[in-house]
Design a binder for this molecule. Structure first.
Ligand SMILES: Cc1cc2nc3c(=O)[nH]c(=O)nc-3n(C[C@H](O)[C@H](O)[C@H](O)COP(=O)(O)O)c2cc1C
Length: 172
């Protein structure tokens, strides 16, 4: 049975929601990382992602500047680092160093790949659209990486206020 409620109230039922880490490198060579929950596939051939990224974010400014970024799927072991990446702006902080996230050189784009993520996708900016109050950034995947540990599980947002954890199958 369905009961009509406020939109905000119904949105509380959307979890678990996927979360990714977006890395960028500005023109001065400074790396940054941000948590993004508003993410989806936007195309399969070629593969594209769409990300909702606030204009205030340092990541947004970096993407405008360089037109490149990496979408990394954090593992369930990266909850602390993901929360940190999503809690402070990177303008005057070195979030990658402070969080201890391990990085390696990407192949094509100028932004770091996260060593301990489940997978990484190097992206080039295709377009930015503004259908509502949040810029939607579409990026084409130009190179992909996967973790050699096949057992690693992805991290999800599992509740309000950015509650993060791995997602387990429901036990019967
Ligand atoms: C789990 C989680 C998901 C988030 N999802 C988004 C999102 O989809 N879009 C967004 O603009 N900010 C999102 N944020 C907030 C940003 O990550 C936060 O504003 C961050 O400080 C921006 O970093 P930057 O300024 O260094 O780029 C999220 C935060 C968390 C913890």
């Amino acid at each position: 049975m369905q009961k009509q409620v406020d939109i905000e109230k119904a949105l509380e039922r959307k979890y678990p929601e996927q979360v990714v880490l977006v890395t960028t490198r500005n023109k001065q060579g400074k790396d940054n990382v941000m948590a993004v929950g508003w993410v989806a596939m936007a195309s399969s051939e070629p593969v594209m992602f769409v990300l909702g990224i606030d204009q205030q974010a340092c990541t947004y400014q970096n993407i405008i500047e360089t037109k490149q970024f990496v979408v990394a799927f954090p593992s369930e072991k990266m909850a602390k680092e993901t929360l940190f990446a999503g809690s402070v702006h990177g303008y005057n902080r070195d979030k990658i160093r402070e969080s201890g996230l391990r990085v390696q050189q990407a192949s094509i784009v100028n932004a770091p790949v996260l060593v301990d993520a489940v997978a990484n996708f190097e992206c080039e900016l295709v377009e930015i659209t503004m259908p509502g109050d949040c810029p939607l950034i579409v990026g084409k995947v130009v190179c992909a990486w996967e973790n050699t540990d096949k057992q690693l599980k992805r991290l999800y947002t599992t509740g309000k206020n950015h509650k993060l954890s791995g997602v387990r199958e429901i036990e019967t």
